[in-house]
Design a protein around this ligand. Structure first.
Ligand code: RM4
Ligand code: MN
Ligand code: MN
Length: 429
């Protein structure tokens, strides 16, 4: 397998460790003045893991074009190599979320062996009924699980059941369902009937879910349907999840909301009703742009983690969300974007751990808006980079992950080993 040697990473770390130790000690001293233990924070950061989407390892592209990079992975085995490189450097991405049929192979035990060998596991298998595959009997042009035609719905149901069986072979424990079903013209679709058809189909999938699995529903405001989508918002999402049962939960993709929507409050509601299944982290300015996590709205991401850490601290029942990235990398090397994004999400988590919860609750009770918001800002404004770097170092990753990646020549070697085949099915997400 194409890999970055551990010995190379530790040699590279040597040039940074002296400065890191100084920065870490300084930060530790500063934090201790507020009663915070840097070692505890570092332990928490070591435990924090976020999954990489297999489809994110290739250049995404837009509806207009895709400009592929060199040495892109051409199949799931090569995507797995890239995921291993990301985890070897970042030390916080030890699982992969695959997408079918893009990642379908004949022998899943071989794939499982490869992932075991590089220390990666599989979580959240994704179904795809938003594209037609060749030799497919019924088209998804007018929908899939909610289609007006029963045979098309049945085909979409069976695909989801197939995906569950692939996931079982890989040791995954959840199915994520996102459908592009919706309409482009007012009047095109009967809102209630299409939602009823969707629920009827989903009930059939839910009934076949292995006992230790969860099913996660992902909503999306628009695209490819530009007037209405069947699972448009968190309202439709949680209604469907409640209708389906306790093993069905909502998944929050940050890019799938209307601009200015208060996502952190949605997260709080989902936590309260035991319906938070997980996240697809990314960032966006206009719509589902799938920009790198934290690249534009790091404060929003921090506020989301404020809710998550709060639930963790209160030991909220039924709280165990799955963290995943879901981004489209158009102009960067996907490996670099994924390394950076994972660290940015981890950063939000660590900063949220700095919040003095007792003080915050007291300010909330006293209706002291100024002090309550200052409490959050105090945590957000602290630079926790030394904790992130020390976490990578202690977990065997790279102190300077991007610089080490570039120096390793991984992409240049991939360009030689993986000559372009002209197509990458998972582009344009
Ligand atoms: C969608 C959505 C889903 C992902 C596809 C590829 O916009 O975010 O999570 O399965 O893209
Ligand atoms: Mn998504
Ligand atoms: Mn999306």
């Amino acid at each position: 397998m194409h890999r970055i040697e551990k010995s190379f990473i530790s040699e590279e770390n040597q040039q940074y460790i002296t400065d890191l130790n100084k920065d870490f000690d300084y930060l530790g001293e500063k934090l201790s003045r507020s009663g915070l233990d840097i070692e505890k924070l570092t332990d928490a950061a070591v435990k924090f893991q976020i999954a990489v989407p297999s489809w994110g390892t290739g250049t995404g592209g837009t509806r207009f074009a895709r400009f592929p990079g060199v040495g892109e992975p051409r199949n799931i085995f090569e995507k797995l190599e890239d995921c291993a490189a990301i985890n070897d450097l970042s030390a916080c991405t030890n699982s992969v979320s695959p997408h079918f049929p893009w990642d379908k192979v004949d022998d899943f035990s071989e794939l499982k062996q490869q992932s075991d060998a590089v220390g990666l596991s599989w979580i959240a298998v994704n179904s795809n009924t938003f594209q037609d595959q060749k030799d497919q009997a019924h088209s998804y042009k007018y929908g899939s699980l909610s289609h007006t035609d029963a045979a098309t719905r049945q085909q979409a149901i069976e695909h989801n059941l197939d995906v569950i069986s692939y996931g079982q072979a890989l040791g995954a424990k959840s199915l994520t369902v996102w459908v592009g079903d919706g309409s482009n013209h007012p009047g095109q679709q009967h809102f209630q009937r299409s939602f009823e058809r969707y629920l009827e189909s989903m009930k059939k999938i839910y009934a076949e879910l292995p006992s230790d699995w969860e099913m996660h529903i992902e909503h999306k405001m628009f695209e490819p349907a530009f007037y209405s989508t069947v699972i448009q918002d968190w309202g439709s999402n949680i209604l469907a999840a409640m209708e389906l049962g306790p093993k069905c939960k909502s998944l929050v993709d940050l890019g799938h909301h209307a601009p200015n929507v208060n996502i952190e409050m949605i997260v709080s509601r989902l936590i309260q009703f035991k319906k938070l299944g997980g996240f697809h982290f990314n960032d966006s300015k206009y719509g589902d742009d799938d920009l790198d996590s934290g690249s534009l709205h790091p404060y929003q991401q921090f506020l989301i983690f404020n809710e998550l850490v709060d639930a963790e601290a209160r030991q909220q029942e039924g709280f165990s969300p799955a963290y995943m990235l879901d981004q489209s990398h158009n102009v960067t090397d996907p490996i670099e974007s994924l390394i950076n994004s994972a660290a940015e999400v981890q950063r939000s988590y660590i900063k949220a751990l700095l919040i003095d919860r007792e003080a915050l609750y007291a300010h909330q009770t006293a209706n002291d808006a100024m002090m309550a918001s200052s409490e959050l800002k105090k945590a957000f404004n602290l630079d926790v980079s030394p904790i992130l770097a020390m976490t990578r170092y202690r977990a065997g990753g790279a102190i300077e992950a991007i610089a080490t990646y570039r120096k390793s020549g991984y992409r240049q070697q991939a360009a030689i080993k993986r000559p372009s085949t002209g197509g990458n099915t998972s582009g344009i997400v």
